[in-house]
Structure formats: C-alpha cells, structure tokens
Write a protein that binds this ligand. Sequence first.
Ligand code: AMP
Ligand code: MG
Length: 334
Amino acid sequence: MPAATGEIVLGIDTSCDDTSCGIVKGGKKVLSSVVSSQDSIHAPFGGIVPEVASRAHVERIAWVVEEATERAGVSFEQVKAIGATQGPGLPGSLLVGWEFAKALSFAIGIPFIGVNHIEAHLFSPFLDREEEIDFPVLGLVISGGHTLLAYAKEPFRFSLLGQTRDDACGEALDKVARILGLPYPGGPHLEKAAEKGSPRRIKFPTAILPGTYDFSFSGIKTHAWRVFQENKYSREDIAASFQEAVINILASKLLYAINSLPVKSIVVGGGVVANRKLRNVLSHIQTESNIPVYLPSPSYTVDNGAMIAGLAYYLMKEGKASQKEEDIKPALSL
Ligand code: AMP
Ligand code: MG
C-alpha cells in the first residue's frame, strides 16, 4: 500500500462490551486498532450485564488508548482530531468512551467529533482498502445489537431502508445457541455445531415480510425452542437449520433491495459477518448480481475504534464542527 496521506485521527468505541481505540491516517489507513474484549467477564451470565460492562470500560480505557498510540508509533501531538461513539449503545458504556475522548481532546486542544456507531459499521469495509467503492452503496449491518439495511447515494450519507422488528440477527443466534447449551457469545459456537448437522432436516417458517426492507427473527427463534423441546433432532441439526433460516432471511432482503434500487456496491458490517456460510452466500450474490460485495477485514467486523476514527476523519473534512458541548445519544438511529 502506498504511504497514506492525510491527518491522523484517534477513535474510541465503548458502545457495548468492547473497549476499543483505533488510530487512522487519512480516513482509511489503520495505524493501530486495539480492542479489549469483555466476553470472558460476561460469559458466566450468558449475556452482557450493563453495569459490569461500564465498570470494565473504566478500568481499561486508559490502557487501550495508550496501547493504540504506542502500536501506531504516534504521539498525541500528531493527532488532529478525536472521534468517539455518540450512540447507539448502552448509556453507561457510551459515557466512559465519550467523556474520556472529550477530556483528551480538551487536554490536547483538538476537535472532538461524535460518530454514529451504525454508520461506522457501514464504513468499516472502507478501512485499509485501496480500491474505490462505487456509489450508490447498499449497506447491511448484522451485529449483536442491530440488523438493518441502509442506502447511500454518495459517501457516506447512509439512510435507513429497514431494520429488524424484534431481535437483532446476532442476538437471535446467541439466544438459540443458549437454548442448545452452547457457550456465550453463541454465534461462533452455533456455526461450529452447524457444520456437523444438516440444514435440511428441520423446516423453519421464515418470516420474509414481503414488500418491506424489515427483518424478523423472533419467529424462527421460537421455532428453534419448540423443536429443541420436542427432543427429536440433534443439537447440530437444529443449529444448521436455524443458521440456514437466518441466512435465508438476510439474503432475501439483500436481493429484494438490489432488485428495487440502483446499487453499484454492497457493504456488510457487524460481528455476524464472520460466519463462513453467510460469506459463501454473499459471494454467490456477488457472482449472480455482478455487484461487488465488500466485507470488513475480520478485525473490523467486531466493535472497534478504527472504524470510528476513519469515519470521524471524513466528518471533519465535511466540516462537522467540534462537539465538545454535546452528550451521548444512546438511542441514536441512522
Ligand atoms: P457485534 O455486535 O458487531 O460485536 O457482533 C457480535 C455478534 O456477532 C454476536 O451476536 C456473535 O454471536 C455474532 N457472531 C460472531 N461470530 C459469528 C459467527 N462466526 N457466526 C455467527 N455469528 C457470529
Ligand atoms: Mg457493534
């Protein structure tokens, strides 16, 4: 990759259960990305405990930021702006990163930019990528907290097309994994179990919500629970059939969108992108539709500060002024 040009921006995300800081040059070249995962802390509870998450953020944030500057070989004097997640997220978690970033920007005397966490996930496939991604772009975010389709005619102005009416896709995977007795976070464990099962033995009633860009996962989640109670099928077969049903819902909405709108590229962000079966289906959609599908590199699928720093750079270039007077927005949408 040629030497990156442009200002250095530091980004912080503490929206949920990962404490993260990334340093990005010119909006795209990641100089460092440090993510301190809290999975092992929340695992015994089978899900995220908000109070525990914010306390862990407090304990880790200073170390994570220091580690990110060290790994990037960058001093605070070289940083031109600081970005932090303004929302959506858990209030107690958001507050830690937001106030830390604000205090740091005051101390260094540089602009402070609030970033929408969902827009940052949609931006994550642009990180460390040399080739240009053509607009209009169709964006899909599939994470533990969100499932939505977005559309942008120009960089990076995404507007919402549709979203889940109940569970997020990762949340549904985690809940079914829990029903099957798999450890938290369940998505990757469910994927492993599914590899040993057949997706064809159990029929799932997939809710497609025709004519909308909305998703629904609670019906198939309940069906998984019922099938498990029947005690007729193996854990592996339930995992494989449920995973297939989730992927079918995602694929059908993507296809509906590319058949309804002018789309030159597709970007997908969020933790569920790590799923190999889903990646295969996305690659099939790319071949069939002739529309390139761009995925973030694995380290940027999870919540990370680099995607916040990258998007903050472009927001700054567009003239977004410093937001030192603003507060977190836990319910922020697109
Ligand atoms: P995020 O909210 O973006 O941090 O993503 C976390 C979500 O991604 C959780 O619900 C995980 O279970 C899910 N996830 C992570 N890896 C996989 C995988 N390989 N297959 C399915 N879901 C996954
Ligand atoms: Mg996220």
